[in-house]
Ligand binder design. Structure first.
Ligand SMILES: C[C@H](O)[C@H](O)[C@H]1CNC2=NC(N)=NC(=O)C2=N1
Length: 123
């Protein structure tokens, strides 16, 4: 069973990853990163490659894609937190994203919506 990173190790590894846009997620023991692509095809192309890579690593991202945006969350179910497997997958995804995506550092924004809220019709 994979174990959670010890606090000191987690801090050091996360510090290094923060330069590439990864953050500790809010309200969940996980890593999160948002990427921006030229268009949907570029996002999907990356996701296809990333899926094959994740499958090889037997460690898989939680992700949400809206057109050219991708929000990736990494966590390890077995231990209910961030393990070395998340750090390794984060590094592999960063290599695949090089040159095809830019980091969306505007992490303070609300989570992407599938649709804009519909304005209620007035009687
Ligand atoms: C049974 C299988 O090995 C596990 O479910 C693997 C598969 N992919 C996984 N992916 C992620 N992100 N976390 C896990 O703990 C995990 N566990």
């Amino acid at each position: 069973m994979t174990s959670k990173l010890e606090p000191e190790e987690r801090k050091a590894l996360l510090n290094a990853l923060e330069d590439t846009g990864w953050r500790a997620a809010d309200g969940q023991d996980a890593l999160i990163k948002r990427l921006l692509f030229k268009d949907f095809s570029a996002a999907w192309g990356f996701m296809s490659q990333a899926a094959l890579c994740a499958e090889k690593m037997d460690h898989h991202p939680d992700w949400r894609n809206v057109y050219n945006k991708l929000e990736i969350t990494l966590t390890t179910h077995d231990c209910g937190g961030v393990s070395v497997l998340d750090i390794e997958l984060a590094g592999a995804l960063d290599s695949l994203a090089e040159g095809v995506a830019e980091v969306d550092r505007d992490i303070g924004r609300p989570v992407m919506r599938l649709t804009e809220p519909v304005e209620k019709e007035k009687d």
